[in-house]
Ligand binder design. Structure first.
Ligand code: MRU
Length: 341
C-alpha cells in the first residue's frame, strides 16, 4: 500500500489525493505554508491524515527557523490551525506538538528540532497502530457474508494507513470473512468513487460503487445489512460530524433497521463540546459543486452552498468503534468511561 504521507530527508511527501485514481503523483513539501495549502486544497484529507500533516508541517516549520523562537513556533501552529475547521484530529495534533515544545525548556535548538520531528512521526505510527486495533474490534461486528455500506473515504488515505471504517472492513476480510462493500460516490468531492473504491479494489474486496441517492433504494431492497463510516469529530453526547450525506445515510439506516457504526480513534473525540450543534462545519468553494472536470454543470450565476460535513445525532448510531473498545449507548456515560480523562 502506498503511504499517504511520509517524512523523508527533511521534507514532507504526500500523494496527491485530488488526482486519484487516475494518477499516482507525489509532491514534496519544504515549508509549513506549503503543507497548510496542501491541507486546504485537499491534496491530503481525512481527519487523522490531516492531523498527521499538521504535526509534520509544524515540525518542518520549526526545522526551517534560524534559531529557537517561541513566537515563530506559535505562528506556524496558528497558520496550520486555520486550514480546516471541522476535524478534531487537526487541533488535537497541534495541541500535542505545542505541549511537546513547551516541555523542552532545557533542550538546545538542534535537540528541539529532532524531538518535534520524532513527535510527528510518533503521531503517525500511533495512528496506524490504533487503526489496526479498531479494525480488530470492529471486525467482531461484521459477519461472513455481510454487505456493508460506507460513505466518503475513511481508509488508508484518510489516515496514517489501514483506515478507520475501511480498517474494520480490511480486518474482517483478512480474517477470512467474505464481505461485499457498497461505496457511496460522495458528491461533490467524490472521495467514495475516487478513493474508497481505489483502495478496496486494490485489496481484492468485492466493491460496488453507487451514487449517493441510491443508498436508500439498496437498503430497502435488503442489499445492505451493515453501515460503517468514519468521523471528523465526536462530542460528549455521541453526536458525530462526518462527510456531508452521512446524516441521510444514518436516518435511512434507522428506517430500515440496519446497524449504523462509526469508527474513530480517541484523537477524533472532543469532550469539550456537549452536542453536535456546536461543531464548526466547514463551508467549501461553490465550484466544487458547480463544476465537474472543470466544466459547469449548472448556470454559473446559480446560488450554491457547499457545507463539507453534517452532524449525525447519537440516536442514529448503533455503536462507536475505537482502539480502546466498542462504545454502546448511553453515549454520554460510556464515552466518558472509555475515552474521558
Ligand atoms: O473532506 P474530507 O475528505 O477530509 O472528509 C473526510 C471524512 O469525512 C472522513 O469520513 C473522516 O475524516 C474520517 S477519515 C478516517
Amino acid at each position: 500500500m502506498l503511504p499517504t504521507i511520509e517524512w523523508k530527508d527533511g521534507k514532507v511527501i504526500m500523494i496527491d489525493q485530488r488526482l486519484l485514481p487516475g494518477e499516482e503523483i507525489y509532491h514534496n513539501f519544504e515549508n509549513y505554508e506549503q503543507v497548510a495549502e496542501a491541507i486546504e486544497t485537499m491534496i491530503i484529507r481525512g481527519a487523522p491524515a490531516i492531523g498527521i500533516a499538521a504535526a509534520m508541517g509544524i515540525a518542518l516549520g520549526y526545522k526551517n527557523l534560524r534559531k529557537d523562537d517561541k513566537k515563530a513556533f506559535l505562528k506556524i501552529c496558528d497558520r496550520i490551525s486555520k486550514t480546516r475547521p471541522t476535524a478534531k484530529n487537526l487541533f488535537w495534533a497541534i495541541d500535542r506538538m505545542k505541549k511537546r515544545y513547551n516541555s523542552l525548556n532545557n533542550s538546545s535548538f538542534e535537540e528541539k528540532k529532532d524531538i518535534l520531528i520524532k513527535e510527528a512521526l510518533e503521531i503517525e505510527r500511533e495512528d496506524i497502530e490504533m487503526n489496526k486495533k479498531m479494525g480488530d474490534f470492529g471486525a467482531t461486528l461484521i459477519e461472513d457474508g455481510d454487505s456493508v455500506l460506507t460513505h466518503c473515504n475513511a481508509g488508508a488515505l484518510a489516515t496514517g494507513g489501514y483506515g478507520t471504517a475501511l480498517g474494520v472492513m480490511r480486518a474482517a476480510f483478512f480474517s477470512g470473512k467474505k464481505i461485499r462493500v457498497y461505496a457511496d460516490e460522495t458528491r461533490p468531492f467524490l472521495q467514495g468513487a475516487r478513493l474508497t473504491t481505489w483502495e478496496l479494489v486494490k485489496e481484492g474486496i468485492e466493491t460496488y460503487l453507487i451514487s449517493d441517492n441510491m443508498a436508500g433504494f439498496f437498503m430497502k431492497k435488503g442489499y445492505i445489512n451493515k453501515i460503517v463510516v468514519g468521523a471528523d469529530r465526536i462530542v460528549a453526547n455521541g453526536d458525530i460530524a462526518n462527510k456531508i450525506g452521512t446524516y441521510s445515510v444514518a436516518v435511512l439506516a434507522k428506517e430500515n433497521n440496519i446497524p449504523f457504526f462509526v469508527a474513530a480513534p480517541y484523537s477524533t473525540f472532543d469532550l469539550s463540546l456537549k452536542t453536535g450543534e456546536q461543531i464548526p462545519i466547514e463551508e467549501r468553494d461553490p465550484n466544487e459543486i458547480l463544476k465537474i472536470n472543470g466544466k459547469n454543470i449548472a448556470p454559473d450565476n446559480v446560488k450554491i452552498i457547499n457545507p463539507a460535513f453534517d452532524v449525525t445525532p447519537a440516536k442514529y448510531i448503533s455503536a462507536i468503534i475505537t482502539e480502546k473498545g466498542i462504545i454502546y449507548p448511553p453515549y454520554s456515560e460510556n464515552i466518558k468511561k472509555i475515552i474521558g480523562k
